[in-house]
Design a protein around this ligand. Structure first.
Ligand code: SF4
Length: 73
């Protein structure tokens, strides 16, 4: 099933790849909060439907591709 077909999605960050640029939080400040070092603190649950488009934009904004939108298995 493809993303966007109704299946629940989550945001996940690669903690090794993340370089604390903070661009992701600018795209979705309602859900992505930065810690004191600039690393994202992500919600653990499904992305609300109204945030899905901007969650994907946040993932695209990551310059090191450390943020992903993934279907919940
Ligand atoms: S934009 Fe990418 S590198 Fe920057 S804080 Fe977000 S996940 Fe990390």
């Amino acid at each position: 099933m493809s993303a966007g077909s109704g299946r629940d999605l989550v945001l996940r960050v690669d903690p090794i790849g993340c370089r604390a640029h903070g661009l992701c939080a600018q795209e979705l400040p309602e859900a992505i909060v930065l810690d004191e070092w600039g690393y994202p603190l992500l919600p653990t649950g499904p992305i609300p439907a109204e945030f899905r488009r901007r969650a994907r934009a946040a993932a695209r904004a990551c310059p090191v591709l450390a943020l992903r939108v993934l279907p919940i298995p």
